[in-house]
Design a binder for this molecule. Structure first.
Ligand code: 26V
Length: 846
């Protein structure tokens, strides 16, 4: 029916097979034909064939799926470029510049095809060439230029900005190696380099003309006074070139194209000729390696704890290149740099680009002769900052000594900003003792003097920004009341909330075409443009015919997930069972360990009463741990060891299985999420800034078991408290409990079930060859339990058993699931982007 509505008659025949049955056969489970460009199958087929022959030098006979992918991508890129030219012809009044050290994009082909309305045309074109589109799509490597939530958010925002018509450029680094590949060796995580560029990147355009010089180190000189003004000038000791590589980002219905501009580092001079001619051939190219190292690899930790010099070089490199580029564009279009705030809004994605504050000041003063006051006005009316975590160990600080060595001029500017900022307090009559005490001044200073002298990048970004935002209502409240409380009091309008969102085009339309098709058939194809129409599904939540179709979609997605699990882990799982899924980075605060301990307790309970009517469950885990995060890697090992013991035990067969899927990625998530029944969002309240996986699951109709943390709270408000399983302490409860020393030991004593599960883990039952293996985990829970696992365990167990009961009532379960899908429209990143556009960027949509 969808095809009949949207497909031109000429193509209906090709699709007829797929749409014959009510729920399309597996082969048809790709994105429905959403929209149509003028391209015919023949045009595209010939275009792909020409790319294969002339751009790749391959014959159809010798072409591998990877070659077909490159040829198809090049053919599609050509069509994007046409739209691109149109987007760039008119100079927009204002542009958004999104600076992010991470863009966790995943694959680009399905986005491009669907947004251009070319999915079925491409499928048919390839079919005529004897090639299967699904195999071609599988040959595309993920662009994994990010670690987790922050990077994926940037990718969703890029899609939404192009789709709703916000003129924008995303700026980042073109890492040779994205996030490491994860494999397991006897349950231990192993890391291998990722090589997404090994065979080139057909989506990108190299722009050698857009390249900038980035300096490091050196000295700062002073000019002699000129009309009473002394100018300072930075003379770097070392320079690196930043060369632009553009990836076009095509929005929904191809209406608008933005670009993602990623910088590659190259040596200023390819070889040091003086050294080369002097016979030092190795030394002559050393500078080149040093320069190129900057864009070599993504730091694989989503905290900034490592604090290494190369990381600071990456941050300054991409920030400086981006600022130089956008200022050049502005001056070229408008002439005067002073009008920058009227025509540019810069968003700093976390503090990674916070060096933009002194760098913009420096460029404005050094290259454009602005006074300090004028430069400060431009800077603080152009920059905005998004905070993504309040966890102290993740807040970025840099040693003053390192900054002085690497960025001497910037350090001077930071000192001056800080001095003026602290002076201001006195000027504004903050004379009362509460505001005069040293502790108060220390808390608002840009320099942390307590842990060696370090620059607080959060404070720097806060101070240099016009607006500062949190990423969920709770997180924003906590920003105001904790880390930024004093700064907030000085400027109460500065902090605003912008709850995160996800792009429905990737996470519903592309990842779950069956559900999309059902939604279109039920509420009309307008839902593809306006997710608010999903609300119309609610009326069908208890309609048996609709429920049957909704359940059939889930069943197909669960079968696909089961195939993936079998292929990647060798374990068979039964799609009849409840699929209970926790996929995300491995962090103690996300509490995968709580889930594993509950799994052990459930295992014990089933063994104690094997004949009870247990609800069959499959616990599915996936996620990477930072290579240096010892405790997180041990949690993975425990999950794998528990999986082995449970899956090998015939007594629990058919009731409980546990799997850990290796190498979690965006493209894996696209298969996992639509196949989930239950979504685990169980972080310690107050610690997960927002979460975005939680939104993807709920949209696809998985029920959430979660704490009152991050955006879970807003998800509950939207889907309704009856359609979500909430447990545990809230953020205030966590704060109160943290103040009670010895709480963990008491909680364990009060919970025989928790004590028994911990004893079993500590006894070596899951690590027979090495009984003490998991003692670091169990000892930590007994002594410190920083993430209050013991405090929440009993309530988690209770809510899980209520979930077992809910599962045994399919009508009730499906009604809840359907209400989740129906009520999640607000979590579209299109909504987030509209809010940023209106309240932060003050930019018109084109
Ligand atoms: C890193 C670390 C590392 C050290 C231990 C504590 C800790 C806590 C948080 C982080 C993450 C840093 C930045 C980040 O990725 N934040 C995520 O941003 C997402 C998009 O806004 C948001 O949905 C996640 O809740 C937030 O963790």
């Amino acid at each position: 029916m969808l095809n009949d509505v949207l497909t031109p008659p000429a193509q209906r025949d090709a699709l007829r097979d797929d749409s014959a049955s009510e729920i399309p056969a597996a082969a048809a489970w790709t994105a429905p034909l959403l929209w149509q460009t003028g391209d015919s199958v023949v045009d595209l087929r010939e275009s792909i064939r020409a790319k294969l022959t002339f751009a790749l030098g391959r014959t159809p006979e010798s072409a591998r799926p990877r070659d077909w992918f490159a040829a198809t991508a090049l053919a599609l890129r050509e069509r994007i470029v046409a739209a691109c030219m149109a987007s760039e012809k008119a100079v927009p009044n204002k542009r958004v510049y999104y600076l992010s050290l991470e863009f966790l994009i995943g694959r680009l082909m399905s986005d491009a095809m669907n947004n251009l309305g070319l999915t079925e045309t491409t499928r048919a074109a390839l079919r005529e060439l004897g090639v299967d589109l699904d195999a071609v799509q599988d040959a595309e490597p993920d662009a994994a230029l990010g670690n987790g939530g922050l990077g994926r958010l940037a990718a969703c925002f890029m899609d939404s900005m192009a789709s709703i018509g916000i003129p924008a450029v995303g700026y980042g680094i073109r890492y040779d190696h994205g996030l490491f590949r994860q494999s397991f060796e006897d349950g231990w995580q192993r890391e291998a380099p990722e090589t997404w560029l090994a065979e080139g990147n057909p989506w990108e355009f190299v722009r050698p003309d857009a390249s900038y010089t980035i300096g490091f180190g050196g000295t700062v000189t002073m000019s002699s006074p000129n009309e009473g003004v002394i100018r300072r000038h930075w003379q770097p000791a070392e320079t690196v070139r930043a060369v632009a590589h553009d990836i076009p980002v095509v929005g929904w219905r191809g209406r608008h194209v933005n670009r993602l501009r990623l910088w590659k580092a190259e040596a200023g001079e390819p070889v040091d000729l003086a050294r080369f001619n002097g016979g030092d051939h190795v030394g002559a190219v050393a500078a080149r390696s040093r320069a190129e190292a900057i864009s070599r690899v993504l730091y694989p930790s989503d905290s900034s704890a490592e604090g290494q010099e190369l990381r600071l070089r990456q941050e300054y490199f991409f920030t400086s290149a981006s600022l130089q580029d956008l200022i050049a564009r502005h001056v070229n279009e408008r002439g005067d740099v002073r009008s920058l705030p009227d025509h540019a809004a810069i968003q700093l994605n976390d503090t990674h680009p916070a060096i933009a504050v002194p760098e913009l000041m420096r460029i404005l003063m050094e290259d454009h002769d602005l006074s300090w006051e004028d430069a400060w006005h431009v800077t603080t009316n152009t920059l905005n900052y998004t905070n993504h975590t309040l966890m102290p160990e993740a807040l970025e600080t840099w040693p003053v000594e390192l900054m002085e060595r690497l960025l001497p001029r910037h350090m001077q500017i930071i000192y001056l900003i800080n001095w003026m900022h602290l002076e201001e307090q006195a000027k504004h009559g903050r004379q009362d003792p509460a505001h005069q005490d040293a502790a108060y001044l220390a808390s608002i200073s840009l320099i942390d003097e307590a842990h060696g002298r370090r620059v607080r990048m959060g404070h720097l970004a806060f101070h240099g920004a016009r607006r500062v935002n949190g990423v969920s209502a709770l997180h924003t409240d906590l920003m105001r009341s904790t880390v930024f409380a004093h700064l907030h009091a000085l400027d109460p309008d500065k902090i605003v909330n912008k709850t995160n969102g996800i792009t429905f085009r990737r996470w519903l339309h592309n990842a779950n075409p069956g559900l999309t098709r059902l939604a279109v058939e039920t509420v009309g194809s307008g839902v593809l443009d306006d997710p608010a129409l999903l609300r119309g599904l609610e009326a069908h939540a208890e309609d048996p015919a609709f429920v049957a179709r909704y359940a059939a979609v889930r069943r197909q997605r669960k079968e696909a997930l089961a195939r993936l699990v079998a292929e990647r882990t060798g374990t068979d799982i039964d799609p009849e069972a409840l699929f209970d899924v926790q996929v995300k980075r491995i962090h103690e605060y996300k509490r995968q360990l709580l889930n594993v301990v509950e799994t052990v307790a459930l295992y014990q309970a089933i063994k104690a009463e094997p004949h009870r009517d247990w609800t069959p469950r499959v616990k599915i885990f996936a996620g990477k741990a930072a290579p240096s995060y010892v405790q997180a890697k041990l949690i993975i090992k425990l999950a794998c060891d528990v999986a082995r013991a449970v899956n090998d035990d015939p007594e629990v067969a058919g009731r409980l299985k546990v799997v850990f899927l290796p190498n979690y990625s965006v493209s894996l998530a696209e298969t996992i999420i639509p196949g989930a029944d239950l979504s685990e969002q169980i972080s310690t309240a107050g610690m997960e800034a927002s979460g975005t996986g939680n939104m993807k699951f709920a949209l696809n109709g998985a029920l959430t078991v979660g704490t009152l943390d991050g955006a879970n709270i807003e998800i509950r408000d939207h889907v309704g408290a009856d359609n979500i399983f909430i447990f545990g302490l809230d953020a205030a409860g966590v704060q109160a409990r943290e103040a009670e020393p010895g709480y963990a030991a008491r909680a364990i004593q009060a919970s025989p079930r928790l004590a028994a599960a911990l004893d079993m883990i500590a006894s070596g039952r899951f690590s027979p060859g090495e009984p003490g293996r998991f003692r670091p985990l169990t000892d930590d829970l007994r002594r410190r339990d920083q993430y209050l696992l013991t405090a929440d365990f009993d309530d988690y167990w209770r809510v899980q058993r209520s979930i077992d009961a809910a599962w045994r009532d399919p009508r009730g379960w499906w009604a809840k699931a359907i209400r989740n899908t129906a009520r999640m429209a607000w979590f579209s990143s299109d909504r987030s982007m509209r809010e940023y556009a209106e309240e932060i960027w003050r930019v018109r949509l084109s």
